[in-house]
Structure formats: structure tokens, C-alpha cells
Ligand binder design. Structure first.
Ligand code: FAD
Ligand code: SIN
Length: 548
């Protein structure tokens, strides 16, 4: 018998976006929050640089808006940029009220700089800002009796009420895999908020935690939502290059405080690519590093901060110092070997200013949403800001709906049907497919693309999709299978969007169309019924089994 929960709002994800949304909603209804593993397991907890917010008289909202739009390479939605940037102060005041203390100096908060910012405007807590934000939010949600946190739960699919008019479809809740028991549970909810983070795990090398498998984007797509700008996956220029610390980020704030990028012979190179040198936006810096590595056959380049006083490094970057010391690199004395790695999903589920998706009752917030803020390349430290600002917008909209809600559909989600599936006897196939997909995306859909590489990727992803679909149809689900299925759907969306964009812009650079075009548009993908995308796979299985 399927275990069932019922709630007003189901929030899928316990990063900054999910937890902040839950907190805003808890005075307005009952909330369930899910996380895949531990409550801290998202990217939020890893964030280093900080949160961008205008905080000194020399800076202005207009300047922050301009920098965001300039980094976004012609594809930001200016209204949304202004919506977010002008609410930054409110978001910062709120998180401070919840208990967060940003680093201070004599005359106010200590502000750091990052690529693409014309002013120092990044608030931070040393180099562990994300951990501080996560701790603040977790302390609050765990003591809030209206919020129920369910860990080790992986949402499989959002369930929607099918109606003849798909635009009138409404969400009913979700099927959720309980990784502790191996069972699938049903969570019925009046509103569902997707806050599942990004999809950078689709690449072989990434700064992201294991759970960044694009689940929210894939679930929304299968539920019939449009997605946008999936070709723009951001590569962070500087991840530590060391076999024992593959996905560890070396914050852009190091460059903001004067760190220099050099080749193995000590030569600086960024000024050959952009007058802003190390302070250019991320797409420019990552591409320059990639170019130099390929030109010279290098395994990595180096980030050098040895010229900064020891005390400054120790106070400002204690986490990076300690982690690098742990693998034998003293950043006070030695250059840090770095390479680019997949870092942030700029595209995602298309939402409006209140986080609404195309399915009624279904919202998206945080990295899995496409709001229009980031355009073709996200400005550093604008992501945590977006999570905090949109959490409030989403919560306010849901709160309005809750007060008028008529709960006629609760109880409509069928039990999860496992009558036609068995246990897999060859789980190793999953890990082979995982590696193949991630290598394929790294090699063919990476920093530099071509038509041929994208075609190759599309062919391979098509084969993997077929195999995983067969697997999904015949065997009981487990965490790896759920994530792989999502990664494949997301990879396919990324390739489709990249093939659609016949120009180079922001994070999408292709040798076949090296120039940007005039009148840029976002790439919006509309869901079509592909037999392998099966919109409601479980309902369909159930219907089949009923007619036997
Ligand atoms: P996440 O924090 O990634 O949380 C996702 C949550 O969803 C997790 O709890 C996960 O368990 C859950 N989840 C996922 N799928 C499912 C599922 N199927 N079922 C149930 N739960 C699910 N941005 C900045 O603005 N400033 C920075 O300094 C900064 N530094 C960064 C450093 C690193 C190393 C990384 C990786 C990112 C950094 N970013 C930074 C980006 C920023 O941290 C993320 O974009 C942001 O934290 C995303 O928050 P989120 O709440 O959307 O998702
Ligand atoms: C960093 O600290 O370099 C990451 C900042 C970000 O991703 O916004």
C-alpha cells in the first residue's frame, strides 16, 4: 500500500530557494519540504563568493542592473533584472533578521568584487557564504512547527490532472521515492514548488554536488511546461585541478581581491582577451582559459595570490586555504592549479514574475527556474540573490491562492503501480550510462561547440534515452535511475537549444556561427508528446494494467 501525505504546499528542494520559500509560507499554511539526502545537500551550502546587493552610496541599483544586463549578453529581461536588483536590500535585511551576520569592516559591511561587477557589492561571510545562509535558514525551518522536512526523498514526477486542454492542467502533488525504505510515496498538495537546483552534473567535471541532476527541469518538462535558454550552462573558470579535490571551487572573489591568472611559465594572459582581464565576466574568462589550455596543450592554468599578505588570505579565504592545504597546496606560497568546470544552469523552467510555470499550481524558484534575470550568462553572486528575492514572490502568490482554494481534487493521485516491473539484475548499466552521458556532454556540448559535435551528442543521447526508457519501464525505480532519466532529458534539452541557436552569445560559443546576431531571442522549447517522454508514465501504466 502506498504511503500518502497531504499538505498545502509541497516544496521540492531544501536549498536557499526552497527553504526561504517555505519560511515565507509557513504562517499561511502547512508546508512539506523535501531533500534528496540531507537537508544541506544542495549547491547553496557550497556557495563561496557571496550575495550581490548594492550597499554603498557610490554604487546604485542602476549600476547593478547595467552590470547584470551586460554580463547577460543581450538576453536578460530588463524588467525582471530591475525586479530582483531593486529588492536586494529587502532580501538582505530579511536574512539578517533571521540571524545571518555578513562580514563587517569599520564603516559597514565588507564588500568584495567579482567578475563583471563595476563596484564592490558582494556581501559575504568569509569564503563560506552559502554555508552561513544554509545554517541560518535550516535553524529557522527546523524550529517551525508548520514545516515538515522529509529527507532522503527524491521526487520522481509531478502529477497533474489531465484535462483535454493541457493549458488548464493543474498539479495534484508528486510521486516521491523514499531512499531509506525503497518505496514510492504520494504527496498530495494544493501547490507544488520546484526548487531542485541546477543540472551541472550532466557534465563530467562540475563544481556542483551530486544532486544537481536537473530533476525539477525534467519533471516540469514531462508535466508539460516550457523551458528556456538551456544552451547556457555556465562554466566557472577556476575549479581546483587536483585528483583528490575534483569539484572544489576556487572563488572568483580571489580574483576580485587581486588574484592573477597565469600560464605554467608565469605569464599573465587575460588582458589579451578582454580589457577587464581577470575581472571580465565568467564566459569570457572560461573561454580564454580553455583557449590557452588547448593552444599550449596544458592540463590546467594557475591562479596566483601569493602577492597578498598571509593575514589577508587567512582571514578572507579560510576555507579555500584549508582545503588546498589538505591536498598539499599552500596558497600563501604556491600558485593554485585551476580548470573550468560546469557550474550553473542559466536556463530552466520558464516562469513569470511570481514563479508560476505553465501548469496551474506548479511554481519554480532558484536555479531550476528561468526568470529572465541571467540571460546568456549569469553575473557572479546574482544566484543567491535571485533565490531569496523570488522565494518571497512565489510565496506571496501562493498565499493569495491558498486563501481562496477549494480543495476538490485532493485524493485523486492513484497509487504508484509496480505490478509490471521487477528488480533490476544489472544496476551497473546505470553507472555506465551515467559516465557515458557526462563524458559526451563534456566533449561535445562544452565551452566550444560545433554543429558536428552537437549532432554527435544528439545521436548518443538518443540511444541512451531509449535504453534508460526501457530500464525505467521494466525495473523498480531507485535513486540512480531517477537521476539518470532526468539527466538524459535535460541533456537532450540542452542540445536542442544549442542546435536552435545559430549564433555565438554569452555561454554558447560555436565555431560554426562565431558572431552574435541582431535581435537576440531566448530559446523557448515547447513540450511535445514523445513516446519516450511519456507525460504521466505511472498513470499510463496504471491504465494499462487496469485493462488487462
Ligand atoms: P540548491 O541549493 O542546489 O538545492 C537544491 C535542493 O533540491 C537540494 O536540497 C536537493 O536535495 C533538492 N532536490 C533536487 N532534486 C530533488 C528531487 N528530485 N527530489 C527532492 N529534492 C530534490 N551563487 C551565488 O549567488 N553566490 C555564490 O557565491 C555562489 N557560489 C557557488 C559556489 C559553488 C561551489 C556552487 C556549486 C554554486 C555557487 N553559486 C553561487 C550558485 C548558487 O549557490 C546556487 O545557484 C544556489 O545555491 C541554488 O540554490 P537552489 O535552492 O536553487 O538549489
Ligand atoms: C564564486 O565564489 O566564485 C562563485 C560565485 C557565483 O557562482 O556566483
Amino acid at each position: 500500500m502506498t504511503l500518502r501525505f497531504s499538505t498545502d504546499v509541497l516544496v521540492i528542494g531544501s536549498g536557499a530557494a526552497g527553504l526561504a520559500t517555505a519560511l515565507h509560507l509557513s504562517s499561511r499554511g502547512r508546508v512539506i519540504v523535501l531533500s534528496k539526502d540531507d537537508i544541506r545537500d544542495g549547491s547553496t551550502n557550497r556557495a563561496q563568493g557571496g550575495v550581490a546587493a548594492v550597499s554603498q552610496p557610490a554604487d546604485s541599483v542602476d549600476a547593478h542592473v547595467r552590470d547584470t544586463i551586460s554580463a547577460g549578453a543581450g538576453l536578460c529581461d530588463e524588467k525582471i533584472v530591475r525586479h530582483v536588483v531593486s529588492r536586494a536590500r529587502q532580501a538582505i535585511d530579511h536574512i539578517e533578521d533571521l540571524g545571518l551576520e555578513f562580514d563587517q569592516q569599520d564603516n559597514g559591511p565588507h564588500l568584495t568584487r567579482e567578475g563583471g561587477h563595476t563596484h564592490r557589492r558582494v556581501l559575504h561571510v568569509a569564503d563560506t557564504t552559502g554555508q552561513a545562509i544554509a545554517t541560518t535558514l535550516i535553524n529557522r525551518v527546523t524550529s517551525d512547527t508548520k514545516i515538515n522536512i522529509l529527507t532522503k526523498r527524491i521526487a520522481i514526477d509531478v502529477v497533474r490532472a489531465d484535462t483535454p486542454n493541457r493549458h488548464a492542467a493543474r498539479t495534484l502533488g508528486a510521486y516521491v521515492y523514499n531512499a531509506a525504505t525503497g518505496n514510492v510515496e504520494v504527496i498530495e498538495a494544493k501547490y507544488v514548488v520546484l526548487a531542485t537546483g541546477g543540472a551541472s552534473k550532466v557534465y563530467q567535471y562540475t563544481s556542483n554536488p551530486d544532486g544537481s541532476t536537473g530533476d525539477g527541469i525534467a519533471m516540469a518538462w514531462r508535466a508539460g511546461c516550457r523551458v528556456a535558454n538551456m544552451e547556457f550552462n555556465q562554466f566557472h573558470p577556476t575549479c581546483l585541478y587536483h585528483p583528490d579535490a575534483r569539484s572544489f571551487l576556487i572563488s572568483e572573489a580571489i580574483r576580485g581581491e587581486g588574484g592573477r591568472l597565469v600560464l605554467n611559465n608565469g605569464e599573465r594572459f587575460m588582458d589579451r582577451f578582454d580589457p577587464r582581464a581577470e575581472m571580465a565576466p565568467r564566459d569570457v574568462v572560461a573561454r580564454a582559459i580553455d583557449f590557452e589550455m588547448k593552444r599550449l596543450g596544458l592540463e590546467c592554468v594557475y591562479l596566483d595570490i601569493t602577492h597578498l599578505p598571509d593575514k589577508q588570505i587567512e582571514q578572507r579565504f579560510p576555507n579555500i586555504l584549508e582545503t588546498c592545504l589538505g591536498v598539499g597546496i599552500d596558497i600563501r606560497r604556491h600558485r593554485i592549479p585551476v580548470v573550468p568546470a560546469a557550474h550553473y544552469t542559466c536556463g530552466g523552467i520558464l516562469v513569470d514574475k511570481t514563479g508560476k510555470t505553465d501548469v496551474e499550481g506548479l511554481y519554480a524558484v532558484g536555479e531550476n527556474a528561468h526568470t529572465g534575470l541571467h540571460g546568456a550568462n549569469r553575473l557572479a553572486s546574482n544566484s543567491l540573490l535571485e533565490c531569496l528575492v523570488f522565494a518571497r514572490s512565489v510565496a506571496d502568490d501562493i498565499a493569495k491562492g491558498l486563501s481562496n482554494f477549494r480543495g476538490h481534487f485532493l485524493g485523486d493521485i492513484p497509487d504508484w503501480d509496480e505490478s509490471r516491473v521487477t528488480d533490476s539484475d544489472e544496476n551497473v548499466v546505470l553507472s555506465h550510462n551515467w559516465s557515458e552521458l557526462r563524458r559526451c556532454m563534456w566533449n561535445y556540448v562544452g565551452i566550444v561547440r560545433t554543429n558536428k559535435r552537437l549532432e554527435r551528442a544528439a545521436r548518443r543521447i538518443g540511444l541512451l534515452k531509449q535504453e534508460v526508457h526501457d530500464y525505467y519501464s521494466n525495473y523498480r525505480v531507485n535513486g540512480d535511475l531517477i537521476e539518470l532519466r532526468n539527466l538524459i532529458h535535460v541533456a537532450e534539452l540542452m542540445v536542442q537549444a544549442a542546435q536552435w541557436r545559430r549564433e555565438s552569445r554569452g555561454l554558447h560559443y560555436t565555431l560554426d556561427y562565431p558572431q552574435p546576431r541582431t535581435n537576440p531571442r531566448p530559446s523557448i522549447l515547447y513540450p511535445v508528446v514523445d513516446p519516450l517522454d511519456v507525460l504521466q508514465p505511472i498513470n499510463r501504466q496504471r491504465k494499462q494494467s487496469k485493462t488487462r
